[in-house]
Design a protein around this ligand. Structure first.
Ligand code: TYM
Length: 347
């Protein structure tokens, strides 16, 4: 035999599909940042791995405690997942609140999550600054809920955008801590994933920062936007007076437009405008027109599918029901083990 029993087990384990998990909060329509930072990878990864993709509706209450139509927002993300190419036959698509085991694991992880480390998380500090009237415990313990989402299925890889990097670091801290306290190697240590490349940050159209669902009018291009509104938003994007000398470094607002070209346009188009920028002949109006048209070519088929799927209530409910059952099965197994190793037993 070329290798012993432990080698055999190792090989067997390697042959098993890796577990992939990720989620999106239902706080608005999906935009190009969500797509290129996350959903594009979900679609690729569903082919080769055991995938769980969910809608983080508990998480959305940390910033939107009384949503006017939570169910409608959740449905919209589910529709957009499907329209972007997620396949319920290949991946488990579910809604976080349909799997109560996640809340139980969150509670348990919180017992070993410390105030100091939670307070240091950048997103907590940012959100506490943005909503000083509502610095709730859910906001502080957001990383433990996210860790529960990931660990409940013992995921290995988590495809996310750059803004989630620190949350993943926290998940690793919680997983290692749990393993050390209760059982060695119980949880795999999950990694943020982008096929070996840097995690992505897609900029918005308002000159600085990232594309976001609630960054203000005109910042984000949504997958559900019609061509007219895409043209309008892109033509209004912030620019400057243009380069004054050859090969000048691009200011952030211009760099952002080039970053958007990079994801939706061909390399020829990118090179063309880059050369024009470098020899100071660029006309931003032309660049924006091209950018808008390339965005439309990309989003239009997805938008059409969004319209079709939105009308198919019974299909959407079926996807959610089947997803809930599958996610529940997997979560139930983990929580049973967690209860046993900590020492919770029924009488
Ligand atoms: P959320 O809803 O803010 O964003 C969903 C996904 O989209 C990515 N993203 C971006 N990527 C690149 N450029 C952008 N401008 C951009 N904007 C958003 C995010 O990085 C993310 O991958 N905490 C998560 C939801 C969550 C989760 C989880 C994710 C809850 N539990 C467990 C993974 C695993 C969030 O708020 O994502």
């Amino acid at each position: 035999m070329p290798f012993g029993y432990s080698g055999f087990l190792k090989k067997k384990r390697n042959c098993m599909k890796e577990i992939v998990l990720s989620g999106i909060r239902p706080t608005g329509n999906l935009h190009l940042g969500n797509y290129f930072g996350a959903v594009r990878n979900f679609v690729k990864m569903q082919e080769e791995n055991q995938c769980f993709f969910f809608i983080a509706d508990y998480h959305s209450l940390t910033t939107h405690p009384t949503p006017s139509d939570l169910h409608g927002n959740v449905k919209q993300v589910l529709v957009e997942y499907l329209a972007a190419g997620l396949d319920p036959e290949k991946a488990t698509l579910y809604i976080q609140s349909d799997v109560p085991e996640i809340a139980e694991l969150y509670l348990i992880l919180n017992m070993n999550a410390y105030m100091g480390e939670l307070e240091r998380v950048t997103t907590f500090k940012e959100k506490a600054r943005k909503q000083p009237e509502n610095v709730n415990a859910g906001l502080l313990t957001y990383p433990s809920l996210m860790a529960a989402d990931i660990l409940i299925h013992k995921a290995h890889k988590v495809p996310v955008g750059k803004d989630q990097e620190q949350h993943l670091e926290m998940t690793r801290t919680f997983a290692r801590r749990f393993n050390r306290m209760y059982k060695e190697d119980f949880f795999p240590i999950p990694q943020a994933y982008n096929f070996g490349a840097e995690l992505v940050k897609i900029p918005g159209l308002d000159g600085s920062g990232k594309m976001g669902k609630s960054e203000g009018e005109g910042n984000a291009i949504f997958l559900a936007d019609d061509p007219k509104s895409i043209r309008k938003k892109v033509m209004r994007a912030v620019t400057d007076a243009g380069p004054e000398k050859p090969n000048q470094q691009k200011p952030e607002m211009i760099e952002n437009l080039f970053s958007l070209l990079k994801v939706v346009s061909s390399s020829e188009v990118l090179t063309h405008f880059d050369e024009q920028y470098n020899n100071c002949s660029i006309r931003y109006g032309d660049l924006k027109k091209q950018l808008a048209e390339d965005m439309i070519v990309f989003t239009e088929p997805i938008r059409q599918r969004i319209i079709e799927l939105s009308a198919d209530e019974s299909y959407i409910s079926k996807v959610a029901r089947i997803g809930a059952e599958k996610a529940h099965e997997s979560a139930k197994k983990t929580i049973k083990e967690v209860r046993e190793i900590i020492g919770f037993r029924s009488f």
